[in-house]
Design a protein around this ligand. Structure first.
Ligand code: FES
Length: 318
């Protein structure tokens, strides 16, 4: 059976490598004889951590191949537990489960110039994009904000490269650029991709509001609370014709799971994209951080873990 045909895939932790201060690169090798699905720049996977935690980590695409995936993880003292387990308890040889890679932060394939913005560990998908764009011969600028050179992942390959600027804390780098300065003079048709801390993404959403669909953000923390319908609504499953009521305070995902409907999910916070479902009728209220409402309209989908309904009836392609 090919990996992921029955859901998750078992991998062995075969390497842990120093990436930068507080950042470790973890190599996960396929146990199955079949090759792993290929990894696109911007993709992430779910890592199942012993004890029941499931966490999302970006893949370092240039270091992945048909037999192994590589993720970069920063130790987050005040995180949700996944990085602490990896940094303090993971051992080479352990067997873990991972999901197939998912990509809601993919590069748009056109000829427009690209500005990549990374903050902290947000460099992981941004570095993958940088390398992919160089391979494609595209015009790219990369700005990477981190505390010091010691904290800069992939510093040896990035530093000194044309179009790449590393920005350190002000006491080291008093002239470092702000986000707004990094975007000054950008071409009208440029795409901007950003992955970093919440405050950085919020600031960019403000200053880059005019960019519309050319602004692409990757979040690893919910930007907004789940949408709660003031009144209940009915979810109709188009394939079976089943109908179920979602009461105020309940999520669609909860109701689907309670009814035994086979639906994919992972983070339950609107940040991983696993629970995306096609909407055939009705008016969803989107509350996820994976896609903008415009992208959902274009794709005709919603994330059922955190989004709700404005209409009294929502028909899903389930
Ligand atoms: S389960 Fe992650 S976005 Fe819904």
């Amino acid at each position: 059976m090919a990996p992921f045909e029955a859901g998750n895939c078992r991998v062995r932790l075969t390497g842990m490598r120093y990436g930068a201060q507080d950042i470790v690169l973890y190599e996960l090798e396929a146990l199955d004889a079949a090759d792993l699905p290929s990894v696109e720049a911007g993709a992430h996977l779910d890592l199942h951590i012993p004890g029941g935690l499931v966490r999302q980590y970006s893949l370092v695409a240039p270091l992945c191949d048909a037999r192994r995936y590589v993720i970069g993880v920063k130790r987050e003292e005040r995180g949700r537990g996944g990085s602490l387990w990896l940094h303090d308890h993971a051992r080479v040889g352990q067997i873990l489960d991972v999901s197939a890679p998912r990509n809601h932060f993919a590069l748009v394939h056109d000829d427009a110039p690209v500005i990549l913005l990374a903050g902290g560990i947000g460099i992981t998908p941004i570095y993958s994009m940088y390398r992919a764009l160089l391979d494609q011969g595209r015009a790219v600028q990369l700005h990477y904000w981190c505390r010091t050179g010691e904290h800069a992942l992939f510093r040896s390959t990035l530093e000194g490269q044309s179009g790449v600027t590393l920005h350190y804390s002000r006491h080291i780098d008093p002239g470092r650029k702000s986000l707004a300065q990094a975007l000054q003079g950008m071409a009208d048709d440029a795409h901007v991709y950003c992955c970093g801390p919440q405050a950085m993404l919020d600031e960019l959403e403000d200053i880059g509001a005019d960019l519309g669909p050319r602004l692409h953000l990757e979040r690893f923390q919910a930007a907004a609370p789940a949408a709660v319908a003031e009144q209940g609504f009915t979810v109709v499953l188009a394939r079976s014709g089943s109908e179920m009521l979602v009461s105020p305070g309940e999520s669609i995902l909860q109701v689907l799971c309670d009814a035994g409907v086979d639906v994919m999910y992972s983070c339950e916070q609107g940040i991983c994209g696993a629970c995306e479902v096609r909407v055939l009728e009705g008016e969803p209220v989107h509350a996820d951080s994976v896609q903008s409402a415009e992208e959902h309209v274009r794709r005709g989908t919603m994330m059922v873990c955190c989004s709700s309904s404005r209409s009294s009836r929502l028909v899903l392609d389930l």
